[in-house]
Write a protein that binds this ligand. Structure first.
Ligand SMILES: [Zn+2]
Length: 432
């Protein structure tokens, strides 16, 4: 999975743009994206938000036609997943990623900041999608569009500048730091994403080499520093203070910094009756902003459904189904794609799971063996359209929302949090 948020200054506005009430763009495999298309907006001013409103309300399109918009101030906005086949170059839509610069370049030039951002974004796309400068086209260079006045830029000059100096490769994600890796391979973050979203047992073993040896499966001792002070203000509700006390008792750290909004604490509450197949747990999100605490609570399951318990592990994983162990997993999750399909919180750093290995339809928390690693323990939703009553095959150890609207609200908060705070989220799980 390529992640445009790796680009410094990129703003993720995908969830903030106007969309058609019923139409949706289709998806294509990322491998088929082999061209970069450059457009101008043909307007002196305007933003991704304004272009989206126009494409939906006037053109009756599913959403904004471009994948990225670079506004006059050089701000880069990520508007659509690259896998979405949006409308911007007709017959070439299915293999092109579209960048639009605000401006009317028949009569004006891009700003210096726009040139800089276009260069950064194009080079990043070329590298991530393995696209050569020869395949960076202006809109009018695509077949059938010779008469189109878009983007009115010297594309040969742009391609030449893209050829000149190959950008040094993106900062590598040092996977070996977390996993002593005999092959010494350094994984890039984007490679890691693609791995954790479709995990097969051999792949799991490959990226978690410590799991191959019985002797080294013991999770490392993690020292969690309790927060030095507990500045619970007067206005904190008794419910939030209960959660804060529970987390403190476990030695979990809590985000108190309220200088910007959405400094989220994400806490899973697992109920004592481990009945599989029920959404009987809760996910609590609370944060403080300008001295005031906020809280949201959602119905989730922290346990696997009976499907995975009974079936999948018999064929799939000889160690049994994964159940996330209670604990605080620092920086464990980031926004990514669940099974390459939709945005969710995906696992990016190690967590500890207990594998239930007697397949008896009862969740064993005390008898299973523990493993620490990257298993694709994501935080995602069940059914896309309606609230689910039965967990069934929805969860194989993931933390799963029953209600899609709840999940959308949760992801909106996470997106806003990403804009203000760090890329990573810490997930805490408590047995209540
Ligand atoms: Zn165009």
């Amino acid at each position: 999975m390529v992640d445009p948020l790796e680009i410094p200054g990129m703003k993720d506005v995908r969830m903030l743009l106007k969309k058609h009430h019923s139409k949706e763009y289709g998806y294509r495999p990322i491998k088929s994206v082999t061209y970069i298309a450059i457009h101008h907006s043909l307007t002196k001013s305007g933003s991704a938000e304004a272009f989206a409103r126009y494409h939906v309300a006037t053109n009756n399109w599913p959403g904004l036609g471009y994948h990225f918009v670079i506004e006059k101030d050089g701000i880069m906005k990520w508007c659509n997943e690259i896998e979405k086949s949006t409308y911007h170059v007709g017959n070439s839509n299915r293999f092109s990623v579209g960048i639009c610069l605000t401006g009317d370049f028949r009569t004006e030039k891009p700003t210096d900041l726009q040139w800089k951002s276009l260069n950064t974004l194009t080079k990043w796309l070329m590298r991530e999608l393995s696209i050569e400068p020869e395949n960076v086209f202006g809109h009018s260079e695509f077949s059938g569009y010779a008469s189109k006045q878009c983007p009115c830029l010297d594309m040969d000059k742009i391609r030449l500048s893209l050829k000149e100096k190959k950008q040094p490769s993106n900062k590598p994600f040092n996977f070996a730091k977390y996993y002593p890796n005999p092959t010494g391979k350094i994984y890039r973050l984007s490679e890691l994403f693609s791995k954790i979203n479709h995990l097969s047992p051999p792949e799991l073993k490959k990226i978690n080499p410590q799991l191959t040896s019985e002797a080294t499966t013991k999770p490392p001792d993690v020292q969690i520093q309790p927060s030095p002070e507990a500045p619970i203000s007067q206005e904190v509700s008794s419910e939030i203070s209960t959660y804060i006390r529970m987390m403190e008792k476990e030695g979990y750290s809590i985000n108190y910094d309220d200088s910007k909004d959405y400094n989220l604490n994400i806490l899973g509450l697992r109920t004592p009756n481990h009945i599989p197949n029920k959404f009987d747990d809760s996910l609590v999100v609370f944060w403080k902003f300008n001295g005031t605490w906020h809280i949201k609570k959602y119905k989730i399951t922290t346990d696997p459904g009976t499907g995975p318990l009974l079936n999948l592990n018999k064929k799939g994983n000889s160690n049994g189904t994964a159940i996330l162990k209670k604990g605080q997993y620092k920086d464990s999750h980031i926004i990514g794609y669940h099974k390459k399909q939709y945005r969710a919180l995906v696992q990016a750093n190690p967590v500890t799971v207990i594998r239930d290995n007697n397949w008896d339809n009862i969740l064993d928390f005390d008898n299973g063996r523990e493993f620490t690693g990257i298993f694709g323990i994501n935080i995602h939703r069940a059914n896309e359209h309606r609230e689910s009553q039965q967990v069934d095959a929805w969860s194989a150890g993931c933390q799963v929302f029953a209600n899609p609207q709840d999940f959308k609200e949760f992801m909106d908060m996470c997106t806003k949090s990403n804009l203000e705070w760090r890329k990573n989220f810490t997930y805490s799980l408590i047995n209540v």
